[in-house]
Design a protein around this ligand. Sequence first.
Ligand code: HEC
Length: 144
Amino acid sequence: MVMESKNLERSIILKVKKILLAGIVTLSLANADDVLQKSMSIMQKGIDSITFGFMHNEVDNIKEGLELLREGNNMFSDKKLIEQYLPHDKKHMVNVAENQSKRITLDSNVLEINLDQKAYIDAANAYSDIINACSRCHAIVREW
Ligand code: HEC
């Protein structure tokens, strides 16, 4: 009788542990997805604003866009986080993917410096390279 209730107790504890663990895994995955979506939508807004700025010669829009771009990029720059979103047969490309985030950071600085010096062509080249970096990472993630 005592043995039986001990066994029952143990199996209940195991079940509760399993449920808790499943909950934690689901929560952390949901959080990672939130971070990804937020990061991408902020970067998209940033790029939209920068594009508008270049097309209309509105430096303020470019600067506002740069801030958004940096904010979004910082949210999705962690190697472990990026790795989670690579397809199984592309995990070995995590460094290439991570480098695209670093490339965006560098390009943002180059863009800003050139903008401040009114070197608009060079600023526009940095902007183009940012778009290339977006596409490079998406190509890996989406198996283009
Ligand atoms: C390090 C990798 C990486 C970089 C760099 C990157 N993205 Fe993404 N992006 C992703 C992943 C992962 C997804 C989600 C999977 C998918 O949509 O195929 C995504 C999806 C998106 C989406 C669709 C989001 C949705 O809710 O469907 C947009 C928009 C987007 N990215 C914009 C950008 C822009 C703009 C840039 C560049 C400024 C950029 N991304 C750079 C990895 C990246």
